[in-house]
Write a protein that binds this ligand. Structure first.
Ligand code: FES
Length: 130
């Protein structure tokens, strides 16, 4: 299996690892097949993702995609964060081997779950993100 340099970089030096105390939204997702788990924390100010952190108990590609996904949504509006697709994360990482595509799906889902949690807290119908 061949990984791009960017994947290896984000795996070896993941950005935004950790937790956010009093996060505005927390999302946790898992993949039942591989058993990997990803937890995403967001802080929202003025409808912008002012901070985002993650913890991933999973494979290298899951760590690299969470790292890249957090970089891609940091500073963006909440709505833009919701639009982030696993495809965009993979492209930003210069691709993933086909058997690792599901790892990037986990990153997209974790962000959607964190934003969904935020919306619930502020009383917005989470249906709009489905
Ligand atoms: Fe399951 Fe990567 S092998 S998230």
């Amino acid at each position: 299996m061949v990984y791009s340099e960017k994947v290896i970089d984000h795996f070896a030096n993941p950005r935004n690892v950790g937790e956010i105390e009093n996060a505005d939204g927390i999302g946790e997702v898992g993949n039942s097949k591989c058993g990997d788990i990803m937890k995403m924390y967001i802080k929202v100010d003025d409808n912008k993702i002012s901070d985002v952190k993650f913890k991933t108990f999973g494979c290298g590609a899951a760590i690299a995609t969470s790292s890249m996904a957090t970089e891609l949504i940091k500073g963006k509006s909440v709505d833009d964060a919701l639009k982030l697709t696993n495809k965009a994360v993979m492209e930003a990482l210069d691709g993933l081997p086909p058997v690792k595509v599901h790892c990037s799906v986990l990153a997209e889902e974790a962000i959607k779950a964190a934003v969904g949690d935020y919306y619930k807290k502020i009383g917005v119908d989470p249906e709009i993100i489905k």
